[in-house]
Each structure stands twice: as structure tokens, then as C-alpha cells.
Write a protein that binds this ligand. Structure first.
Ligand code: ZN
Length: 287
């Protein structure tokens, strides 16, 4: 049934220009509903949703609401989204992605020089680690059903205000590096790190750049990431519950001091984790 809905949604999007050409009135086919979302944010379409699609990707609704996560690097512009209602009706809307300027962070005199001038050996190690992580965080057509609820729990309690560095464009001693994929929280070293929702551990490992990491799959294509831990207390394939301790805040990997790096990938999109911590009714909504 899921397969059928997915195929139908794709066909619908692909067929749209042809239908439009045959019809005399553009009003019949042009979506009248719209939503505007900045890069790295999430839009929602509430009420009686069953299946959702966004460009060539599709997924199930969560508790009757369609969520459309927009990757921080998604090109600004207008896209078509659609939803199939529980009553079988197919509707589409226009989703406009607006540009979000990346905060520039220039980190000078980085103390751990092995992370600035990376050796060939460590580069090879990091490439191997990326090959393990990439399939975990990429979009998949078939995923387990959602086991989380929104808003998600806090990754530490209490959770201090974030550093506001999600998506930051960074240089280390003048050398440009990849954008920052999560949000850093100034949590004291040694404090417990908590799973933000029910889920299953997909990776718990030591990595060159990210240090000790835990990745948790919460179903519906939602994966959360916790980096630079002093240690982790969970194993791959282990089931975890919302609020469960998964490790301890540390300063492993490319960091200047202890803090918690929390990241979110949803249907392959890298999004601002803060969007899962707010009341979902505060997200930009299709209207
Ligand atoms: Zn970070």
C-alpha cells in the first residue's frame, strides 16, 4: 500500500505540467496552498495526512501530520509538496525555501593541530567513517514507522541555550571546512547525555572528527546524533527510550572544550535541531 502511494505521488508530480497544458484553466491544477520555510527548517501540513511527498521523496505522516524537513543546503526557490489524506484525497501545495545566511566562525589557534593539518592517515580514517555514517543519515524510501513524538525530549537536562551555530560556515586557522551540521550546547563535561526520543541505536563508535558518537534511529527517517562524548553507555541495535542516558558529555574529537553537539537528520535533510524541541504548532504551516 505504501509502495502504491509513493508511486502515485511521483506520477502525480511528473504529470502535473501535462495536465496543466491540456486544461484551459490553470486554477484547476495550480496549488493554492503555500508555506514558506528557511533552509534548515521544517514545514508541516496538519490534519488527516497519511502520506507526504516532497520532490522525488515520499514518506508516511506522523500522527496525521505531514512534516517537510528542508536541508540547510537546499537551493532557495519554490518546490511542490503533496499529501494524501486518510480519505484518499491527493492535494499539493507550494513550498518556498528562503535563504538563511550561514554564520561565519573563524577559529584561530586551534589547540589540537592534528585536526587542522590532518595527516593522510587520519584523512583516510575519516573517509572510512563517513562511508559508515552516510547511509545512516541519507534518505530512504522504506523506513520503520515513527516511534518518537514531537516535541522531542531534551538531549541534556537542564539544557542550556544553544550556541546558535547550527549550519555555521567555519574556518580553522584560516582553512575553510565543512559547515557545522548540528547545534552545540554548553553542557558541563561529565553530565549525562539523553536520547531525545524512543528509538534504536544505529551507531556507537569512536570517530576522528566527531569523537565518541551515538546515532539513534527514531523511525520515519528521523536520526539524531550526539558527538564528542566522554563515553557512551549504549550499543548498536540497542533499543532506547525517551530520556534514557546514552553517554556522558566530553571533549573527544575536533573540539576546544567539553560541550554537547546535537544533530538531526530527517528524511536525509540536515535540519536545525531546535525545530524538534519547539511545539510543532509553531512550525511554518501549509495554509
Ligand atoms: Zn558541534
Amino acid at each position: 500500500m505504501k509502495q502504491f502511494s509513493f508511486a502515485f505521488a511521483i506520477t502525480f508530480c511528473a504529470a502535473l505540467p501535462i495536465v496543466k497544458a491540456q486544461n484551459t484553466s490553470a486554477k484547476d491544477t495550480a496549488p493554492s496552498k503555500t508555506v514558506s520555510v528557511a533552509q534548515g527548517e521544517v514545514a508541516r501540513w496538519a490534519g488527516n495526512c497519511q502520506r507526504c511527498s516532497f520532490e522525488k521523496r515520499a514518506w508516511a505522516a506522523v500522527n496525521g501530520t505531514c512534516y517537510y524537513p528542508v536541508d540547510m543546503d537546499m537551493k532557495a526557490g519554490t518546490y511542490t509538496i503533496s499529501r494524501r489524506t486518510t480519505g484518499g484525497k491527493l492535494e499539493s501545495a507550494k513550498l518556498t525555501v528562503t535563504e538563511k545566511a550561514c554564520k561565519q566562525e573563524d577559529i584561530a589557534n586551534f589547540p589540537k593541530k592534528e585536526y587542522v593539518n590532518v595527516s593522510a592517515q587520519n584523512l583516510a580514517r575519516a573517509a572510512k567513517e563517513a562511508a559508515v555514517v552516510n547511509p545512516i543519515i541519507s534518505y530512504k524510501a522504506e523506513v520503520r514507522p515513527a516511534v518518537f513524538d514531537l516535541p522531542v525530549g531534551k538531549p541534556a537536562d537542564p539544557l542550556p541555550r544553544g550556541e546558535g551555530n547550527f549550519g555555521a560556515c567555519r574556518t580553522f586557522d584560516g582553512q575553510p571546512r565543512d559547515r557545522h551540521t548540528g547545534q552545540d550546547y554548553p553542557v558541563t563535561g561529565g553530565k549525562p547525555v539523553l536520547s531525545v526520543g524512543n528509538g534504536r541505536v544505529v551507531l556507537a563508535a569512536n570517530q576522528f572528527f566527531s569523537g565518541n558518537v551515538v546515532f539513534i534511529d527514531h523511525g520515519n527517517g528521523l536520526v539524531t546524533e550526539y558527538f564528542h562524548l566522554k563515553n557512551f553507555t549504549v550499543k548498536p541495535n540497542q533499543t532506547v527510550t525517551k530520556g534514557q542516558k546514552i553517554g556522558v558529555v566530553g571533549e573527544t574529537g575536533r573540539v576546544t572544550g567539553p560541550h554537547l553537539h546535537f544533530g538531526v537528520r530527517w528524511h536525509g535533510a540536515c535540519i536545525n535541531p531546535g525545530f524538534l524541541l519547539i511545539d510543532p504548532s509553531d512550525m511554518p504551516e501549509v495554509k
